[in-house]
Ligand binder design. Structure first.
Ligand SMILES: Cc1cc2nc3c(=O)[nH]c(=O)nc-3n(C[C@H](O)[C@H](O)[C@H](O)COP(=O)(O)OP(=O)(O)OC[C@H]3O[C@@H](n4cnc5c(N)ncnc54)[C@H](O)[C@@H]3O)c2cc1C
Length: 405
């Protein structure tokens, strides 16, 4: 009897591998194993609408529970896999249960990086990755007066915007000299600093933190290296994610800031596939890239499912991403890493503009704030490799989609 496929990690990518296997006609057993106690769910709302809106979990779920039974996907929750035995074709959970497989997929995602400073583990110093974090943060946020966010990246800024919306005193501490420095160009960083300030968030750049102060009853404040103390009853730490490569490393699968996969989502042991936040692939420009995005999790998972089926599909999708900060919707497509010039399309202060990134004359990425038409056109332009002359990029009178012919 065939043992089918075991998928370790039951969230966006793991779910998609299972669903795509069935869609593509896979007839064998599928076991989707996750350590969390929830069925696969969406994380993006956790730092956005979920903080202020309806707290029910059902709306976060990717599919209603009946989906798994209907598609003969055996979903096992609350089991953390701690051991992979490739030769024996089985994985073993912390509780000692063994699950046999013919094919193995790793979709173990990433974990929030913890604050490596004294006081980083005090009650009320939180990272935000999963539903239990979100439930705790919701409660603390509503009770808090002063919220300090450490890290001016997407999750940090979204959390600060939520805090400000709830009328809390919100301060963002960013170690670099601008917000979102790793992912956007200076005009976008400057725009977000100003836009958050307009909405009541205090943004501190070049922030130097000494330690977090408090006691067993909770956090009291953030002590800066200049001796000042920022009062805080909640500290949200948003300083990035760490790929959960432990299982892959255990069996000698090559890893470097993630599990290395080829454009068919195969690891260095070709029978094992990996997808989503845990996987590092060669991007459209040949660079090793690990993306933490819903689009990447879904598209790479589809490729992984194809590889399990022995189909030759290559992962070439143009990346896209979004971030909702207060009433501002940022949409990003392409990868701006390596840009050497850019064009601003529109006026940032109008809170509706795009930023087009070029490597020489080649368009490589577009960030749009409140400009969904630019974003949608840019996705198609990048996929088709259509040239966008810079004078046209800057001209609001020319819709980007007109370049698509
Ligand atoms: C607060 C927040 C906001 C976000 N906002 C956006 C956004 O606006 N736009 C966007 O595109 N992306 C956003 N993301 C990123 C997006 O949610 C992730 O890219 C996506 O969830 C990746 O899916 P994944 O399945 O690869 O990993 P994960 O979602 O991390 O899932 C991995 C799963 O594997 C489980 N697991 C790990 N190890 C084991 C083990 N040994 N045994 C069993 N189970 C295991 C984990 O518990 C987890 O459930 C956000 C993420 C967070 C946390």
């Amino acid at each position: 009897m065939s043992n089918g496929t075991v998928i370790v990690g039951a969230c966006q990518a793991g779910f998609q591998i299972a669903a795509s296997l069935r869609e593509k006609g896979y007839g064998e057993r599928i076991l989707l194993i996750g350590e969390e106690s929830y069925a696969p769910y969406q994380r993006p709302p956790l730092s956005k609408a979920y903080m202020t809106g309806d707290p029910s979990i059902e709306k976060l779920l990717l599919r209603a529970p009946g989906f798994y039974e209907m598609n003969k996907i055996e979903f096992v929750s609350g089991e953390r896999i701690t051991e992979v035995d490739l030769r024996g074709g089985r994985v073993v959970s912390a509780g000692g249960t063994a699950f046999s497989f013919d094919h193995l997929a790793l979709a173990t995602g990433c974990a929030a990086r913890k604050l490596p400073l004294p006081g980083g583990d005090l009650p009320g110093v939180m990272t935000l990755r999963d539903i239990p974090d979100a439930l705790e943060m919701r409660e603390r946020l509503h009770a808090a007066e002063n919220v300090v966010v450490i890290g001016g990246g997407f999750i940090g800024l979204e959390s600060a915007a939520v805090a400000a919306k709830l009328g809390k005193k919100a301060v963002v501490l960013e170690a670099m000299d601008r917000l979102l420095a790793r992912v956007v160009a200076p005009p976008m960083s400057d725009f977000y600093a100003a836009a958050h300030a307009r909405r009541g968030v205090t943004v501190v750049l070049n922030a130097r933190i000494e330690r977090i102060e408090g006691d067993a009853n909770g956090v009291r404040g953030v002590r800066m290296q200049d001796g000042s103390l920022l009062p805080a009853d909640l500290v949200v730490v948003g300083i990035g994610g760490v790929a959960r490569t432990e299982l892959a490393q255990q069996v000698g699968i090559e890893c470097s800031n993630g599990i290395l996969v080829d454009d068919r989502a195969r690891t260095s042991i070709a029978e094992v596939v990996a997808a989503g936040d845990v996987a590092t692939h060669r991007d459209l420009y040949g660079r090793a890239t690990r993306l933490e995005s819903v689009q990447n999790a879904i598209d790479q998972a589809k490729t992984a499912a194809a590889s399990i089926l022995g189909l030759e599909e290559h992962y070439t999708a143009v990346p896209w991403f979004w971030s909702d900060q207060a009433d501002l919707k940022l949409q990003i497509t392409g990868l701006s890493t390596g840009y050497d010039n850019f064009v601003v399309r529109g006026v940032p202060d109008s809170e509706s503009f795009s930023l087009l990134y070029y490597a020489g004359d080649r368009l490589i990425a577009v960030d749009s704030v409140g400009k969904p038409a630019d974003h949608l056109a840019a996705r198609r332009i990048l996929a088709a490799g259509v040239a966008v002359p810079k004078d046209v990029a800057a001209d609001l009178a020319v819709p980007l989609k007109s370049l698509l012919g």
